[in-house]
Design a protein around this ligand. Structure first.
Ligand SMILES: NC(=O)c1ccc[n+]([C@@H]2O[C@H](COP(=O)([O-])OP(=O)(O)OC[C@H]3O[C@@H](n4cnc5c(N)ncnc54)[C@H](O)[C@@H]3O)[C@@H](O)[C@H]2O)c1
Length: 424
């Protein structure tokens, strides 16, 4: 049997652990579904002895998932899935208080980011857990020697699922991956309410702008975009949506938002927030047309939604105006403000999704890992949905924890719904 390399981790400052521990405990209070799963995992040990490498945003909520996996018997190593999203105190506490090797430093450069991914892979994972598919991509392209030991993986976010589906289509993917993102109890809530609230929180913490009365341009009206637009409206903003999909665009119109192409929106917007999962959504010509003082930010997975090299080329100077706010002076004197280096602003300048919403997302992660270990022999190198019964179970547990009850089908109703001859 192969033994994993013993790894201690790499964090900013281990002395931050006490603060991190308090944050982890606070998040735990708001994650009742994960608590129930953890209790069962402690008893049943479904992940016993399994080497797992997880590449996730290292936040207090993720810490509670990591502890749940460890308590379920997994031999776990954690690394950051984004150079700017790590909570350094949480990373320190994971090592010091919970003995989970963690490789994550907020603001790490690209070389360190990839060194941390490599360290997580040195663990020789049997199960991978990704947020954006970086771990799987590295495994397939750089560490194919490790592939024979891999049973399968899970994926947290939309962009990762898109990358994995492309890999499965051209035969590059070599093991099954469960698309946690696609569970209803994930994207209905995490992408919409989690990203919605925390993105506005990130923009506000970075800028301290009064959102009321401003024109907020939301690029993309998918799950995240709906949430961001809804919360910006709640703050009193005049919300403009840009889309490329007519169905999503008509939905935005009927939800009460103005819809226009980015070329038009660029001229009038005060705050821009991209959540498309696409690249160069705000590009050269848009910057040329923006108003003096425009604030540009992204909450999509990668920092490619805003064409930052174009902004740099168009400007004569750049300085830090405030933490997470870079001021670009354009050739004609206009100022454009870029938040958080164009990286997920809800994680860069705020704390990411609130624990109550990550409770369901990470319940999906924990149950999907368990499911994978029970079923991988019958699974192919494809992207699989989270089984519906797990999704329903998580929704039910969440409702119970919030003190809400719902009705049950009567036998008569069950018969009615199952029969085509009724209702005439
Ligand atoms: N910030 C966070 O914490 C967080 C949380 C969940 C997901 N995400 C990321 O946010 C992104 C969006 O996720 P989602 O679940 O909303 O995806 P989605 O597929 O539901 O929505 C994306 C929308 O963007 C639109 N779009 C694509 N290209 C566009 C363009 N050029 N201009 C305007 N609209 C365009 C699509 O038509 C679609 O409606 C992904 O990268 C995802 O990984 C971030």
């Amino acid at each position: 049997m192969e033994t994993a390399t013993k790894l201690a981790g790499d964090v900013k400052d281990i002395a931050l652990a006490d603060k991190g521990k308090r944050r982890i405990e606070w998040a735990n209070q708001h994650m009742p579904v994960l608590q129930l799963i953890r209790k069962r995992f402690i008893k049943e040990q479904p992940l016993k002895g399994i080497r797992m490498s997880a590449c996730l945003h290292v936040t207090s909520e993720t810490a509670n998932l990591a502890i749940t996996l460890r308590d379920g018997g997994a031999d776990l190593v954690l690394c950051a899935s984004n150079p700017l999203s790590t909570q350094d105190d949480v990373a320190a506490s994971l090592i010091k208080d919970y003995g989970i090797p963690t490789y994550a430093i907020k603001g790490e450069d690209n070389a360190t980011y990839y060194a941390h991914l490599a360290a997580a892979l040195d663990h020789k994972p049997q199960v991978t857990m990704d947020d954006g598919a970086d771990l799987v991509t590295q495994l397939l392209t750089k560490r194919s020697d490790l592939l024979k030991g891999v049973i399968g993986g899970t994926e947290e976010t939309t962009t990762g699922v898109i990358r994995l589906r492309a890999m499965a289509k051209d035969g590059t993917l070599k093991f099954p991956v469960i698309a946690v993102n696609d569970a209803l109890t994930k994207h209905f809530f995490d992408n919409r309410y989690g990203t919605g609230q925390s993105t506005l929180d990130g923009v506000i913490r970075a800028t301290n702008l009064l959102v009321a009365g401003l024109k907020v341009v939301v690029a993309g009206y998918g799950w995240c975009g709906r949430g961001v637009a809804m919360r910006a409206k709640g703050h009193g903003a005049d919300v403009i949506v840009t889309e490329i999909n007519p169905t999503k665009a008509i939905e935005a119109v009927m939800d009460g938002f103005r819809v226009m192409p980015m070329n038009e929106a660029a001229k009038v917007g005060d705050i821009f927030i991209t959540v498309t999962g696409n690249k160069n959504v705000i590009a050269h010509d848009h910057f040329q047309n923006m108003r003096d003082g425009a604030v540009v930010s992204n909450s999509g997975h990668f920092n490619v939604e805003i064409d930052i090299p174009a902004l740099e080329k168009l400007s004569t100077s750049k300085k830090e105006a405030r933490p997470f706010v870079d001021e670009f002076t354009m050739k004609d004197g206009r100022k454009i403000y870029l938040l958080g280096d164009g990286r997920l602003i809800n994680l860069a300048s705020a704390e990411g999704h609130p624990a109550a919403v990550m409770d369901m997302s990470f319940a999906n992660q924990a149950l999907s890992a368990e499911y994978l270990l029970k079923n991988y022999k019958d699974m192919k190198a494809q992207v699989y949905p989270v089984p519906e019964h797990l999704d329903q179970q998580i929704a039910k547990l969440k409702l119970d924890s919030m003190g809400f009850q719902i009705d049950k089908l009567t036998p008569e109703q069950e018969h009615y719904l199952a029969s085509w001859s009724e209702g005439t």
